[in-house]
Design a binder for this molecule. Structure first.
Ligand code: ADP
Ligand code: MG
Length: 238
């Protein structure tokens, strides 16, 4: 399950309110993209959902339970970090198995889960390599593999492709969309790239200065932008 509801959440850093009261509902299995200019609060919103930051007020429900006070590791969500978060001295297998090893899972169970994830990600042939022996795209897949084995209720991606070159970005974008189709798990994806938002999302959340300007499917936002900000950002040229 991966239903996430934000009820009137706010976030202040000191005296600065970065997120004014915000409501959002994410339904199990959706691919939701947070889009908006740099500094609009995309990462903050993601970190609030993940529990890496505490909300100043309001509450967060995950699958019907109040998760507002739940520590990140117990929220059942997996944040996918950029590929440089891999352990360089460990094999791909050990990198992917890392969260399972930490959870004390038996070696047999770890191997089975790692092999299943590697198969989904076309990494089966690379399990005994080290991250340094992989391409950028393969390293990114290892980082995703480490999230998959935890069988999260939702995957959270914060600009995961921003370090990759343009050609690789297009390929990885398609791979992440494919992965979403295969797993049918909720994915929340942050980007400032309109093309990424339009091509990947079931639902786009357009943010400006911590405020949701519009929520809707790509076509809806394109054809019926609610205001000039949304129109300028992803709307059709008028
Ligand atoms: P985005 O990811 O959309 O670029 P962020 O969520 O990183 O935006 O930042 C939103 C706003 O919150 C920015 O004005 C940023 O400077 C501020 N901010 C983010 N994190 C902190 C922090 N830890 N302390 C103070 N201000 C922060
Ligand atoms: Mg950010």
């Amino acid at each position: 399950m991966g239903n996430i509801t934000l009820n009137q959440i706010t976030k202040k850093f000191g005296e600065v309110e970065v997120i004014p009261p915000l409501d959002l509902q994410i339904t199990d299995g959706e691919f939701v993209v947070f889009v908006g200019p740099s500094g609009c609060g995309k990462s903050t919103l993601m970190r609030l959902i993940a529990g890496l930051e505490d909300v100043t007020s309001g509450n967060i429900q995950i699958d019907g339970r109040d998760a507002t006070e739940t520590p990140p590791a117990k929220r059942g969500l997996a944040m996918v970090f950029q590929s440089y978060a891999l352990y360089p001295h460990m094999s791909v297998r050990k990198n992917i198995a890392f969260p399972l090893r930490m959870a004390g899972m038996s070696k047999e169970e770890q191997d089975a889960k790692v092999e299943a994830a590697a198969s989904v990600l076309n990494l089966s042939a690379y399990l005994d390599r080290r991250p340094g022996q992989l391409s950028g795209g393969q390293r990114q897949r290892v980082a995703i593999g480490r999230a998959i084995v935890r069988e999260p209720a939702a995957f959270l991606f914060d600009e995961p492709l921003s370090n990759l070159d343009a050609a690789l970005r297009v390929g990885m974008r398609m791979e992440i969309s494919e992965l979403h189709k295969k797993l049918a798990t909720t994915m929340i994806y942050v980007t400032h790239d309109q093309v990424e938002a339009m091509t990947m999302a079931d639902k786009i959340v357009v943010l400006q200065a911590g405020v949701i300007e519009q929520v809707g499917g790509p076509l809806e936002l394109y054809h019926r932008p609610r205001n000039t900000f949304v129109a300028g950002f992803i709307g059709s040229p008028k």
